[in-house]
Design a protein around this ligand. Sequence first.
Ligand code: ADE
Ligand code: ZN
Length: 336
Amino acid sequence: MTELTEFITGVPKCELHLHIEGTLEPELKFALAARNHLTLPYADAAEMRAAYDFHDLPSFLKIYYEGMAVLLTEQDFYDLAWAYLIKARAQNVRYAEIFFDPQAHTSRGVPFATVLGGLRRAMLDARRLLGLRAELILCFLRDFSAEYAMATLMESLPYKEWIIGVGLDSDEKGNPPVKFAEVFARARAEGYFLTMHCDVDQENSTEHIRQCLDVIGVDRIDHGVNALDDPALQAEIAGRGLGLTVCPISNGYVRGDLGHRAIRRMLDLGILVTVNSDDPAYFSGYVTENLLALHEALPLSLEDVRLLERNAFEIAWLPNAVKDRYLAELAAFSPS
Ligand code: ADE
Ligand code: ZN
């Protein structure tokens, strides 16, 4: 191992863009299918993996949603989250803000409380047994209606203490941020932090980022790489200290390159860019692999890596005293 790869492997990390349903590995799909008496259309995990064939956001999302059919019980959601949290701990993720897609489950008859209960129980165990702190971000599916999003927001309110913020994901085409302006205004009034996906190279990408800033008033943006296409957006994001949660390996799948040049530029401009994993079970890479892939494409210096993680802790929705503890741990880190 080189000094840099050793540094990337061991550095204390903060994960801010991870869909828990995107951590569902084929092996776990088979185990859950067996427990729930379901038959999968593949002989084994290797055959399933080999059938993953996506080249853009819609082709990925089709496979992503199909995979969720095995998630039915509270224990299934616990097992999903626990498997991720163990992996994250092994990569020295110290803190994670984790997306979940309740409508991908309530729309197939799985109750909201079942989903949230299982995820939350695993996160409590991770805090106690692994020393890994985590919070949940409820994502609305933007290809469903604003009314369904509002109903989901209302359903979440009794569990407000367990949800730190709300996000917006799924297929961006024809589903701009303003479609959900009322939902996000209400979420803000209820005390949730706000973020939204502005996926890479979408139709009207820069207009969607502009809406996030001017209409929604987001606290950060997921992806958002196309902000660099518009000097005014770029300046405003830098000036406001708005964080971007970028996912290089995922970008490689849906866009054809890792977005490494954009990340380099954002680091040089002082934009609070971070590196994250998105859907690691589908894109074959958790946060360490994403940092390694970025390094291979660029390369990164040791202090670039520390800066990427510092940005992530800085833009995390943590109380300041806790944030300062993680930042001190990161500043003191050296691999030897
Ligand atoms: N849902 C899960 N992963 C996503 C992504 N990368 N973009 C939009 N929606 C998603
Ligand atoms: Zn995402």
